[in-house]
Design a protein around this ligand. Structure first.
Ligand code: UTP
Length: 415
């Protein structure tokens, strides 16, 4: 069987005859590109993900318990000093790196362009989110007399624009040789009949595989090897859209080392029992972030002996991993969550269809699903006003307006 026939056979096995028809119409480079793409797709995995969308969510008998945490505010002087000393040692000996996850689409914010290129209206002149992150890292570099390698995860869609933007702004004064961009992975979009969508470029339409795609892409793009070569031991992984994110927190790092864990995470207390955030817990003995939609109401409202929410530690995408943990996770596929969304596509007559209703599934992995691979993680409770100013929505909660206020107040307090 020649290569072409093999591809056709593969498509037929997975009932993708519409792609066979497309292949037959294409010639030359266009055809080659599509064949290349088909050869890279794991059709078995994709069909399994599609089949899963039809299954009822399994309600297992899960044992959910509260998780232990340390409150940064309540640490003793000794604990604080010890953590800081342990953390600083790692940073000054160049064993620390930072990854910014900037591959998201930022659909809720509605900003055209990568989210890091959004200008937050602070102090009159405004600052881009990438600028805020660069300033934060530059300050740490100055403090510890080092240059922290900064890895930025982009998507196929926003990589070039991100690169051009950073070049144009001279990486906001960050040492360019220490800024590494890498692209996250993508997965095909599948319609309700199990057919992969075709895009305008006459290829199978793919979309980013979620922030949990980070681990595999760190390995696949050679970034993990680069970190190893540099002697990195601890990696901070944070989001692009928290205007007061602390990427170099020696207390968090020192606590992780002292507790001898592979992952540490900063939390903030839930604003109220029904805030729509994921919270930390232990499920069947393993650390986990449970989505607000999955936390039974009675548990969401449960308080401990001090009258505080028992499941009150929210996950704010502020995580530290050892390099070994990243390597381990990159080899253990995370589960994919499916989201039913509106996605345009090209129909069998070559016409572009822009659906008015959701028509297809997008598959995404989440970074926090990696926690349960481990027996334990360490959690440090920070303070909302010091650690969390998200830019998520165009208006209302977690919007540029609330982030600006939090940012300006935070810096006012540092004076
Ligand atoms: P969110 O899940 O809040 O997504 O990302 P988003 O793209 O910023 O916004 P919406 O949901 O489309 O409105 C949390 C962090 O994870 C990154 C984002 O860039 C952000 O830093 N992310 C998300 C990725 O890097 N890749 C993805 O595929 C998804």
């Amino acid at each position: 069987m020649d290569k072409n026939e093999e591809v056709i056979q593969l498509l037929k096995t997975y009932e993708q005859e519409h792609i066979v028809q497309l292949l037959e119409k294409l010639e030359g480079e266009k055809k080659e590109k599509l064949v290349d793409q088909i050869n890279k797709i794991d059709f078995h995995q994709m069909m399994e993900l599609y089949e899963n969308t039809k299954k009822e969510i399994e309600i297992k008998e899960n044992k959910i318990e509260a998780i232990k945490y340390l409150d940064k505010e309540k640490l003793t002087k000794n604990e604080k000093e010890k953590f800081e000393e342990l953390g600083q040692k790692i940073i000054v000996s160049n064993q620390y790196a930072v990854v910014t996850m900037a591959g998201g689409q930022g659909t809720r914010l509605g900003h055209t362009g990568p989210k890091g290129t959004f200008k937050l209206d602070v102090y009159g002149k405004g600052k881009y989110l990438f600028e805020i992150l660069a300033e934060n890292l530059k300050e740490a570099n100055k403090k510890y007399d080092t240059t922290i390698p900064w890895y930025i995860m982009t998507s196929k869609e926003n990589n070039d624009e991100t690169q051009e933007f950073l070049e144009k702004h001279n990486y906001f004064g960050y040492d360019k040789n220490n800024v590494m961009l890498f692209k996250q992975g993508e997965l095909p979009l599948i319609d309700t009949e199990g057919k992969m969508l075709i895009g305008k470029d006459l290829k199978i339409k793919e979309a980013s595989d979620g922030n949990g795609g980070l681990f595999l892409s760190l390995r696949k793009t050679g970034m993990l090897a680069d970190m190893k070569e540099k002697g990195i031991k601890w990696i901070f992984i944070g989001s692009v859209d928290n205007a007061i994110l602390k990427m170099v927190d020696t207390t968090l790092l020192g606590m992780a080392i002292e507790k001898n864990v592979q992952i540490a995470s900063k939390s903030v207390l839930k604003a109220n029992a029904h805030e729509r955030v994921g919270v930390f817990c232990k499920m069947n003995g393993h650390p986990k972030v449970i989505e607000y939609t999955e936390l039974p109401e009675q548990m969401a409202e449960e308080v401990d002996n001090n009258g505080e929410l028992k499941y009150g530690e929210s996950h704010i995408m502020c995580n530290l991993f050892t390099i070994d943990a990243i390597e381990k996770i990159s080899k253990e596929p995370l589960i994919y969550h499916s989201a039913f969304k509106k996605n345009s596509y090209i129909d069998e007559n070559g016409k572009e269809i822009i659906p008015e209703e959701p028509n297809s599934y997008k598959f995404e992995a989440f970074i926090f699903d990696s926690f349960e691979i481990f027996d334990d993680i360490a959690i440090l409770r920070g303070k909302r006003e010091d650690d969390f100013a998200p830019v998520k929505n165009k208006e209302g909660v977690d919007s540029p307006k609330t982030a600006k206020e939090l940012y300006e107040k935070y810096w006012e307090r540092q004076k």
